[in-house]
Design a protein around this ligand. Structure first.
Ligand code: HMG
Ligand code: MG
Length: 298
């Protein structure tokens, strides 16, 4: 228990992980306003969009317009997802200073999501990592399917550890461990994190839970007890991966912040503003708010 952090940095992924999975394409202006509102709610890191192939993710085809128009609040970081050098160059052309790359722990998922094996996908990122280092651009690394895969089922912990260590050795400053389909439970989540933390320092790890089966907060608590201090979340619980059947929303940022604040762990987030933003987004998307806290306070 004494590993529990006093402070947690929440990485808000709603504008990317949330909106990439919407059935209808959200207007560019709504995306911009969402990010500006989130910047005003005390979040320190807001993943703004992704520069992936618009054929694969048409929902975020307006990445350059969104990134250009958002007000960059001093002290707030706005990373963007890139799948290859082409994406990196598009991101840099509009001034992005932090990017995120993504690999999977499951071979089958890697092929569906990015049309490449795990090793091929890491190879594909080498030029991105080289360029980023030369440009002084920080790189975050995601690993998907760390607790199970929609195509292959079980994912051995050793595979997660191998990919995490490789991404860290290649220069990722932080590795976000993603339960893409929200299949994990607390004891398994803790065992996976503990194994990775033997190879990558805990301070360089983040957790990324989708809440498909309502396990996300329990999993986060189990991981907090091991000392993880960076948590990905999505305002109003928006989200999912279009290439992971059954992946529903990310854990809601409001719910994570409420739990952390109640445990005396600070996040810098203004709860009232965050809840209002979640409500605002649900109204714009025309769907239910997936945040329990958002509903209770609303
Ligand atoms: P591909 O079709 O194998 O690639 O896609 P390609 O290199 O053959 O290119 C095909 C076409 O796409 C070409 O255009 C390229 O120019 C274009 P054409 O010649 O046919 O006109 N293209 C691009 N255009 C714009 N920007 C680019 C880009 N790259 C190629 N960056 C590729 C391979 C990786 C590009 C594709 O599979 C892709 O973009 N996949 C992205 C899938 C995705 O975004 N998934 C969701 C994110 S991951 C996630 O959500 C999980 C996470 O949240 C963690 C968790 O929950 O676990 C991070
Ligand atoms: Mg995700």
């Amino acid at each position: 228990m004494n590993a529990m952090p006093n402070q947690v940095r929440i990485v808000e992924v709603g504008a990317r992980d949330g909106l990439q999975n919407e059935k209808t394409i959200v207007p560019t202006q709504v995306k911009i306003e969402l990010i500006d509102r989130l910047s005003d709610s005390g979040l320190q890191t807001i993943e703004a969009t992704s520069f992936v192939s618009p054929k694969w993710i048409p929902q975020l085809a307006d990445a350059a317009d969104v990134y250009t128009a958002i007000k960059k609040k001093p002290g707030v970081r706005y990373p963007v997802l890139v799948p290859n050098l082409q994406g990196y160059e598009r991101a840099r052309a509009v001034g992005a200073t932090e990017v995120a790359i993504f690999a999977a722990a499951s071979e089958a998922f890697s092929r569906k999501n990015i049309n490449a094996s795990i090793d091929e996908s890491i190879e594909r990122f080498l030029p991105v990592l080289e360029r980023a280092q030369a440009d002084h651009v920080a790189v975050r690394g995601y690993i998907s399917t760390v607790l199970g895969c929609p195509y292959q089922g079980e994912v051995p912990i050793a595979d997660v550890v191998r990919v995490a260590k490789r991404l860290r050795d290649l220069g990722c400053y932080e590795i976000s461990l993603g339960d893409t389909i929200g299949i994990g439970t607390p004891v398994k989540a803790r065992a996976m994190l503990a194994a990775v933390a033997k190879q990558v320092p805990m301070a360089a790890l983040a957790v990324h839970f989708h809440d498909t089966r309502g396990q996300a907060l329990a999993n986060i608590l189990a991981c907090l007890e091991l000392g993880v201090a960076v948590i990905d979340a999505s305002v109003s619980g928006a989200g999912g991966c279009p290439y992971a059947h059954g992946a529903s929303g990310n854990v809601a940022t409001e719910d994570v912040a409420y739990m952390l604040h109640g445990m005396g762990i600070s996040t810098g987030i203004n709860m009232e503003k965050l809840v209002a933003n979640g409500r605002w987004l649900s109204e714009r998307l025309g769907r239910a708010n997936n945040s329990k806290v958002g509903l209770a306070i609303a």
